[in-house]
Design a protein around this ligand. Structure first.
Ligand code: ZN
Length: 310
């Protein structure tokens, strides 16, 4: 994404305080995560609400290429709307604008797939509206501990292994299958619609620079590469045919198996090198994962080495 600067008050202040660390690729860094990028008309078209094909009353507000925030879901019922995720700190008004294109019903519940600022960034605005937010227990811990989240956005309704919300006679369940991207990733299951939102436990498709979105192990927030595959095996036990990933296009269950197997291959190859005695300083250079099309900076591979050898 090309980031055109919105030199409004906060943006300008941020630049003065922190200096500009916006790269040509529009990478979101710790110093620019609250700056709303200006999108092109083409990018705006990609992030408009649309129905999930074949799934009655289910809508997705897509992110674009992993940078314009995570995928948001609306489940519209006679009793109101259940929303999964809410993008960035500045996304509240845009999400409400998208919602009003498909219903005039009020939001009754918000669910977070995880705490990251591009998925739960506007929690505080929805809580201020009186909308209850449900998340895994560790999401609250992570929101309060991650400087990119506002503490007022910490969810207040917490679950440990499974929670179910009933709205419009439809059940929606949040499952915790274990660590992966973070320590608090939920799978949101719409059993009547045979659909899941995976959060960032599954990422799919290209970034704007053409590279493929790949799993990010957020070790600062309890993530685990070593346990992630088992977490995906938990997801695969659910009955679904359609999956909304954290970022990327609508997927089928078979795509989730492909993603799971790529991650398993990635981890197995690192373990083989460790078993051969390859040290931390050589692990990134020796690891051949070109066929996976998941480019990883050496530091990420070294972090996995550290997890596996600790
Ligand atoms: Zn994330």
């Amino acid at each position: 994404m090309k980031i055109g600067m919105n030199i409004g008050g906060f943006a300008l202040l941020s630049l003065l305080l922190f200096g500009s660390s916006l790269s040509a690729q529009g990478v979101i860094t710790k110093s620019n995560f609250r700056i709303e990028p200006t999108m092109t008309a083409e990018e705006m078209a990609q992030v408009q609400v649309r129905p999930v094909p074949g799934k009655e009353n289910l809508y997705v507000v897509p992110g674009s290429g992993g940078i314009s925030g995570g995928n948001v879901i609306f489940l519209v019922t006679d009793e109101g709307v259940l929303v999964v995720d809410n993008k960035f700190f500045y996304s509240y008004s845009e999400i409400m604008k998208q919602l009003r294109k498909v219903t005039d019903k009020d939001i009754r519940y918000m669910l977070n797939t995880h705490h990251h600022y591009d998925h739960a960034g506007s929690n505080g605005d929805f809580l201020a509206d009186g909308i209850p937010i449900l998340a895994h227990r560790n999401v609250r811990t992570n929101v309060l501990g991650d400087e990119r989240n506002a503490p007022e956005g910490a969810p207040r309704i917490l679950y440990d292994t499974r929670a179910t919300v009933v709205l419009g006679e439809q059940e929606v369940s949040a499952y915790y299958f274990g660590r992966g991207h973070t320590s608090g990733d939920s799978i949101i299951h719409f059993p009547a619609l045979r659909t899941v939102h995976t959060g960032d436990l599954v990422l799919w498709g290209p970034r704007p620079d053409g590279s493929i979105l790949s799993p990010f192990f957020d070790y600062d927030n309890g993530g685990s590469a070593a346990e992630w595959t088992a977490t995906l095996d938990g997801l695969l036990t659910l009955d679904f045919d359609t999956a909304i990933p954290g970022h990327g296009p609508i997927l089928r269950k078979a795509d989730i198996r492909i993603f799971r197997n790529k991650l398993d291959t990635y981890m197995t190859r690192i373990k083989v090198l460790i078993d051969k005695g390859v040290g931390r300083d050589r692990i990134a250079a020796e690891l051949d994962i070109a066929d996976l099309d998941w480019p990883k900076p050496p530091g990420r591979i070294e972090s996995v080495y550290d997890e596996l050898t600790q």
